[in-house]
Design a protein around this ligand. Structure first.
Ligand code: ZN
Length: 190
């Protein structure tokens, strides 16, 4: 990267229960349904100068619930639905593993964020991770940034687990919409 000082901040978004409705082991493109505010939230973040990157744990691959080819089709559908309403994300990364695989990419491990940082020259200290799971907000802190929990998807159940964690989220937000607004405000403070 050498003399390139133009590092961008990023928001690493969880997929299921954060940007699209949570289906247990979503396995076909027809099941992809965006939250009504998803496109606007993504657009707002990008307009504010953030890269927006989806990072999603997809252990259904390791468990045999669906294949990586299925996942590809699901993500094509996801990109198409966003495009239809005038939005896009910068990238989509997924981890196909289960905890027992001891990979480096299953959230809250940093693998997918580090890959994004490399691909997009990202300033991790100014970046955020958002999702409906404790794993999602921890990811932000594990990579030098901050994290937000949203209460959609599994968020309400996950919220109870925060008490057991040493690291607390920067905020607990009702939805991605609220999280996006908060992040844009927070970034201006720094
Ligand atoms: Zn992995």
């Amino acid at each position: 990267m050498g003399a390139n000082n133009t590092k961008a901040p990023a928001v690493f978004l969880d997929r299921d229960g954060t940007v699209i409705f949570d289906k247990n082991y979503l396995s076909s493109p027809e099941q992809v349904k965006l939250y009504s505010y998803a496109a606007d939230s993504v657009n707002k973040l990008r307009a504010a100068g953030f890269k927006v990157i989806i990072v999603t744990n997809q252990s259904g691959v390791a468990r045999g619930a669906f294949t990586e080819r299925d996942l590809q089709k699901i993500h094509e559908r996801f990109v198409f639905l966003l495009k239809k309403v005038g939005a896009k994300v910068d990238a989509i990364y997924y981890c196909p593993h289960i905890d027992e695989d001891s990979c480096g990419c299953r959230k809250p491990k940093p693998g997918m964020v580090l890959r994004g940082a490399k691909d997009f020259n990202i300033d991790l200290e100014k970046s955020y991770a958002v999702g409906d799971s404790v794993r999602d907000y921890l990811l932000g802190y594990n990579t030098g940034g901050k994290g937000v929990l949203v209460l959609t998807g599994r968020g309400k159940k996950q919220r109870k687990k925060i008490a057991q964690e040493k690291i607390k989220p920067m905020a607990v937000c009702k939805t991605l919409k609220e999280a996006a607004n908060l992040i844009i405000k927070d970034a201006k403070k720094n």
